[in-house]
Design a protein around this ligand. Structure first.
Ligand SMILES: *Cc1c(COP(=O)(O)O)cnc(C)c1O
Length: 365
């Protein structure tokens, strides 16, 4: 008998490819021997940590020898207050990826189908495949979700539908009306997961009242993150609002300490840090205008984006351009893995960071 690890693995795991994260700054600096790298690759908040959160983190250090609050009492209370829900509707996660995976693990198994869109966030096919379920990638319409086609893809085996709004990596957006009409048509035994990681970047007048809809549709699940507009990507904090019965079931599977003391406290403080949130959005709006103006000047097609990134069609040698940008000290994100081999996704940075990208592009083109 020879040892074969793959044969020991669960079926769904054997053909899984690991999540491809954006290249860390330190790695590129090491490999290329250059400094002052600009990273516009992971949709992080370019403002850095808010001073208020930093102060709260420092104060939390003294208690770190203790286990975190397994139920996240204070953070749930703050989320409940801010979003008008009850604490028993909230599930906390080590980033929203954690809650998305937790939800799938609780409700999906190998006899189910899971629907998502072509070009949608890679975590959806990953968790689906890991559970041995069948993933149904519905062809996109204008790079975004084709909701009618997604409805038509529902079968008796369908257990879950993932929708990212705005979507990553395309930045496409579904209106409140489109979403409402869709959710009303989905059978109650199919969970609709609305992943709103970029919600705060959407102009207020266009945001769907999605969390309010959870009262009306028990099969609707809304997920949010602290990684983007709240600027806490490195701490890992996210949450989900659901019917209390769904939350109760997820809570049975959840690792009791999936959020640590620092992330619990940081997220709680971040929710009240309105000045930082507003500045994040303002910086994003300005940076988006800067990148869009660059694209228009050079007649580079781009996908209009509601997120904190812009996906630009750069042509058949997107991979080569990505490498050249690295050599100019700018990290962006190739999206060939999302069936977008002619595009690069550029996160919105500070003004000088966006300019570094523009300068590098103009030097290369
Ligand atoms: C960035 C992102 C998230 C957030 O992931 P975290 O685990 O909360 O950092 C979730 N969904 C989408 C579509 C994203 O782009």
């Amino acid at each position: 008998m020879t040892f074969n690890a793959t044969e020991l693995a669960n079926l769904g795991i054997r053909n899984l490819s690991p999540y491809q994260a954006g290249k860390p700054i330190e790695e590129v600096e090491r490999e290329l021997g250059i400094k002052n790298i600009v990273k516009l690759a992971s949709n992080e908040n370019p403002l850095g940590l808010s001073p208020r959160v930093k102060e709260a983190l420092t104060a939390t250090l003294a208690g770190l020898a203790r286990y975190p609050d397994a139920n996240g009492f204070y953070l749930k209370a703050k989320i409940a207050e801010k979003f008008g829900v009850r604490a028993n509707q909230i599930t906390l996660g080590n980033g929203s990826n954690d809650v998305l995976e937790l939800l799938a693990r609780t409700f999906v198994s190998d006899e189910h189908e899971v629907i998502y869109s072509q070009h949608a966030f890679v975590v959806y096919p990953l968790v689906t495949q890991a559970l041995g379920a069948k993933g149904i990638a519905v062809p996109a319409k204008d790079y975004g979700h084709d909701l009618d086609a997604m409805l038509a893809a529902i079968t008796p085996r369908t257990r879950m539908i993932f929708i990212a709004n705005p979507n990553n990596p395309t930045g496409t957006f579904l209106t409140s009306e489109q979403l409402a009409a869709f959710i009303a048509k989905v059978p109650e035994n199919v969970l609709v997961v609305l992943d709103e990681a970029y919600y705060e970047y959407v102009p207020e007048s266009q945001r769907a009242p999605s969390i309010d809809w959870v009262q009306r549709y028990p099969n609707l699940v809304v997920s949010r993150t602290f990684s983007k507009a709240y600027g806490l990507a490195g701490l890992r904090a996210g949450f989900m609002v659901t019917h209390p019965d769904l939350a109760d079931l997820m809570n049975r599977v959840r690792q009791p300490f999936n959020m640590n003391s620092l992330s619990l406290r940081a997220a709680e403080v971040a929710l009240d840090d309105i000045a930082y949130l507003n500045e994040s959005v303002a910086v994003n709006d300005a940076g988006m205008a800067q990148l869009v103006a660059f694209c228009e000047k050079h007649e580079l097609p781009y996908i209009p984006s509601y997120g904190n990134f812009l996906t630009i069609e750069v042509g058949s040698d997107a991979a080569g351009l990505y490498q050249k940008l690295l050599q100019h000290g700018v990290i962006v994100r190739p999206v060939a893995g999302y069936e977008l081999p002619r595009h690069l996704r550029v996160s919105i940075g500070l003004k000088h960071e966006n300019q570094a990208f523009i300068d590098a592009m103009e030097a290369i083109l």
